[in-house]
Design a protein around this ligand. Structure first.
Ligand SMILES: [Zn+2]
Length: 298
């Protein structure tokens, strides 16, 4: 973006050195990908906190102020961040370009037939946790490079280069992640890790939530314990914002290892996004038959 500057009676167009493109991202993960693409040309504010449930987030006034002066708003989409509509509306910023990052990926878990309340917090357009496949991260980066170039054409080549470097960084780590994760199995709390499991050929044996957002019954947990024993499941994971109660029960019943596995990165920073998969590899890829402990991974 350019700002108009009056110097010694002549009009000059000046490109500020950093942060020309003001971006508000719904989550740290989307913010990290945007930073990988935009580098020094972008200034990023993030709405959701990584330790809070992104399905239900309360928007802060400071976010609305950031959105009021932003050029672009990046939503996760697939009805994860329905609160993003409140940010866009509350910003009263008519020039804000709203970008739905889920357009860059192929959704999984798209429900067939009619969706009703008995199915829990089901997302009608598919599972929204798509950033947990690093290849989808690269796809979102490519998509954003095009969208940023449309707003700020002067730096189109830089945005393209940023997306390419990000994809290369993911490719560089791929073999290590794959060697640790391929063919592994686990139980998850919520329907969070389906994209990661699919891309690395992992099996999700069961879930603590019988349906998304629906807490488990005693019967469901007893069945799940049975399954964990039968299938020798090595680990059960939950997000920091899920209760530890069910995992403690499963560990007591079966001796299974349990762990907190964050599904959002700590910072809107490309390195933090990549580190999230290093952590996933350490937690989900570790050999089985270790002592049952509630392990804090951060
Ligand atoms: Zn979800």
């Amino acid at each position: 973006m350019r700002s108009l500057c009056l110097i010694a009676g002549t009009l000059a167009l000046v490109s500020p050195a950093a942060g020309e493109l003001r971006v508000v991202a719904a989550t740290n993960d989307i913010g990290a990908i945007a930073k990988a693409v935009g580098g020094d040309h972008v200034e990023i504010d993030v709405v959701a906190r990584p330790d809070r449930d992104p399905h239900a987030f309360e928007v802060r006034p400071s976010t609305l102020r950031a959105a009021a002066r932003a050029d672009a708003y990046l939503e996760v989409g697939l009805s994860l961040d329905l609160w993003s509509a409140d940010v866009v509306r509350g910003s009263r910023n008519r020039k804000l370009v709203v970008i739905d990052c889920s357009q860059a990926i192929e959704p999984r878990d798209v429900p067939v037939g009619k969706v009703d309340a008995s199915m829990g917090d089901i997302h009608p357009d598919g599972n929204p946790h798509y950033w947990l496949n690093p290849r989808n991260g690269a796809a979102v980066a490519r998509f954003l490079a095009g969208r940023f170039a449309a707003i700020d054409s002067e730096h189109a080549a830089d945005y393209d280069g940023g997306a390419q470097r990000f994809a290369a960084a993911i490719n560089e780590r791929w073999a290590v992640w794959e060697s640790r994760l391929a063919d592994r199995s686990f139980v998850e709390h919520h329907r969070t890790w389906v994209y990661l499991a699919a891309v690395f050929g992992m099996e999700i044996v069961g879930r603590v939530e019988p349906q998304p957002g629906i807490p488990p019954s005693a019967r469901h947990l007893a069945d799940l314990s049975e399954l964990i024993r039968e299938r020798s499941v090595p680990v059960v994971v939950r997000d920091a914002y899920h209760s530890e109660v069910a995992l403690e029960f499963l560990a007591r019943e079966t001796g299974v290892r349990t762990a907190v596995l964050p599904s959002s990165c700590d910072e809107p920073d490309p390195a933090a996004y990549l580190a999230m998969f290093d952590r996933a590899a350490a937690v989900l890829g570790r050999p089985a038959r270790e002592p049952a402990t509630e392990e804090q991974v951060r």
